[in-house]
Design a protein around this ligand. Structure first.
Ligand SMILES: Cc1ncc(COP(=O)(O)O)c(C=O)c1O
Length: 416
C-alpha cells in the first residue's frame, strides 16, 4: 500500500459531494463499518425521533397518538416517502412487516393473478428465507405447484423453457452473498413475454443502487429498510404492487389493517382499496417511526451520486485487495465491474470466519457467510475513500501477523 494510494483517496474525499452525510451517523470511534449490507448504522436523528416517539407520542399522547401522531397511517406515509427511491408512484408502496412476510403476500397475490399456471422460477442460491417462504406458500396452496430453481446465468433459459406454465419469477436483484446484480429489466421482460409476473427482492438494492421499478414494468417488489436505508435492527420492510394490479390483487393475510373499514369492526373481511390491502395488522411503531430517520437521509442523497460512490468505494477496495490476494489467499467472488455488483464485495477464503473475527477485533467490521465468504459493504453515506484505504491496511496487517490464528477467533458465534 503506497502513500500515493492514500493521497489519491484523500483527494477523492476532498471532492466527495456526499462527504457531509457521515456527520449524520453516530459511528463508534475507531471503527470502519463495512457491514451496512447487513445492518445500517445509527443515524443521529433516529435517537431524537425514537425519544420523541417514546416520550411524547407514547408517553404523553398515549392511545390518542394513533390519530394525533399519525401512527395508523405511518405504513402508507413511509411508503409515499420511499416511492421516489424505488421509481414508483406514492400510492404503490407501503412499509410494514418483515421482507419474508411481504414476499408471502406478494407471491400469493401474483399466483392468484395467474390462475392455471403452476411454476415459479427462483434463483436457488438467493437468500434462503425467500425459498423457504415460497416453499411454504406453495405447500399451503397444494394443487401441484412447482418451484424451479435456476442460477444466475441459467435464469433466462429457464423462463423460456417452461414458458406457458410459469406464473411468476421471484428474484433478488442483488445476491446477498456474491453481490452480483441481476438484469432486472431483461428478466422482467422475459417473464412478461412468457405471460408471467415478476417479483423482485430489493433488500440489497434500495438505498445503494438505482432502482426504477415502473420503468421496467416490475409487478411486485419487497425489501428491507435495515440495510442501506439505515432503519434500525428489524425495522419493517416495504412492499410494492404496480397500480395495474391493485383492483384484482388479493393476499391471504387478510387482517384488519387491510380491511376497507378497520374501525367498523365488521364480521367479514372486505378489501381496502389500493396498496392498503397489502397490510395485515398492528405495526411495531417504535421501530417503524425510528426508521423514518434513515429513510429521510437516503432521500436527501442524490441516488445517482450514491450509487456511483458505492461503486467507486468497492472498486478501490478491490484494487487494494488485489495486492493482498496472491500472498494471503483471498479469492474475489463478486463481479469486478461496479455496474454488475450491488453495494458489497465478497471474498472467499478457507479461514474466512476466523479472519473476519480478527478483523472485527481490529475495528474493521464486515461479516461472514458460510461456508467461506467474507462480505464487505460499501455504503456511500458514511464511508470515505480514506476509510477504504485504512481498512485494506488493517486487513494486510491482520494477515501478515496471522492474527486470525488466535484460538479465540475459531469458535463460531450464533450470528455470523
Ligand atoms: C435478499 C434478502 N431477502 C430477505 C432477507 C430477510 O428478510 P426478513 O426481513 O424477512 O428477515 C434478507 C436478509 O438479510 C436478504 O438479504
Amino acid at each position: 500500500m503506497t502513500t500515493t494510494w492514500r493521497t489519491s483517496a484523500m483527494a477523492l474525499d476532498a471532492q466527495d459531494p456526499l462527504a457531509s452525510f457521515k456527520e449524520a451517523f453516530d459511528l463508534p470511534q475507531g471503527v470502519i463499518y463495512l457491514n451496512g449490507n447487513s445492518l445500517g448504522p445509527l443515524p443521529r436523528a433516529a435517537c431524537e425521533r425514537a425519544e420523541q416517539v417514546i416520550r411524547q407520542e407514547w408517553g404523553q399522547g398515549l392511545v390518542r397518538s394513533w390519530n394525533s401522531a399519525g401512527w395508523f397511517d405511518a405504513p402508507l406515509r413511509l411508503g409515499r416517502m420511499l416511492a421516489g427511491l424505488l421509481g414508483v408512484d406514492p400510492d404503490e408502496t407501503l412499509v410494514a412487516d418483515a421482507t419474508g412476510i411481504n414476499l408471502y403476500k406478494a407471491a400469493a397475490a401474483a399466483l392468484a393473478l395467474r390462475p392455471g399456471r403452476r411454476t415459479v422460477v427462483m434463483e436457488g442460491s438467493n437468500f434462503p428465507t425467500n425459498n423457504y417462504v415460497v416453499q411454504g406458500l406453495l405447500e399451503s396452496l397444494g394443487g401441484g405447484y412447482r418451484l424451479h430453481f435456476a442460477e444466475k446465468d441459467e435464469l433466462a433459459d429457464a423462463i423460456d423453457a417452461i414458458d406457458a406454465d410459469v406464473a411468476a419469477i421471484i428474484l433478488t436483484h442483488v445476491h446477498y452473498k456474491t453481490g452480483h446484480r441481476l438484469d432486472m429489466a431483461g428478466l422482467t421482460k422475459k417473464a412478461h413475454a412468457a405471460g408471467a409476473l415478476a417479483i423482485w427482492d430489493l433488500c440489497h438494492s434500495a438505498g445503494v443502487i438505482p432502482v426504477a421499478l415502473n420503468a421496467v414494468g416490475v409487478d411486485f417488489a419487497v425489501g428491507c429498510t435495515y440495510k442501506y436505508l439505515n432503519g434500525g435492527p428489524g425495522s419493517p420492510a416495504f412492499i410494492f404492487a404496480a397500480r395495474r394490479h391493485h383492483a384484482a390483487m388479493r393476499q391471504p393475510l387478510s387482517g384488519w389493517w387491510g380491511h376497507a373499514m378497520p374501525f367498523a369492526f365488521e364480521r367479514d373481511f372486505r378489501l381496502a382499496e389500493g396498496i392498503a390491502r397489502m397490510q395485515t395488522g398492528t405495526q411495531p411503531m417504535l421501530s417503524l417511526l425510528a426508521a423514518e430517520a434513515g429513510i429521510t437521509l437516503a432521500l436527501q442523497a442524490d441516488p445517482r451520486l450514491a450509487a456511483a460512490k458505492a461503486g467507486a468505494l468497492g472498486d478501490l477496495f478491490i484494487e487494494g485487495m488485489d495486492g493482498l490476494a496472491a500472498d494471503h489467499g483471498f479469492a474475489l467472488i463478486s463481479p469486478r465491474l461496479a455496474q454488475e455488483r450491488g453495494g458489497h464485495v465478497a471474498y472467499g477464503h478457507p479461514h474466512g470466519y476466523a479472519i473476519m473475527k480478527a478483523l472485527i477485533a481490529r475495528g474493521v467490521i464486515g461479516d461472514f457467510r458460510a461456508p467461506d465468504v467474507l462480505r464487505f459493504g460499501f455504503s456511500p453515506l458514511y464511508l470515505s475513500y480514506g476509510d477504504v484505504v485504512s481498512a485494506v491496511h488493517r486487513i494486510a496487517e491482520t494477515m501478515q501477523r496471522q492474527e486470525w490464528r488466535n484460538p479465540a477467533f475459531q469458535a463460531q458465534d450464533k450470528v455470523t
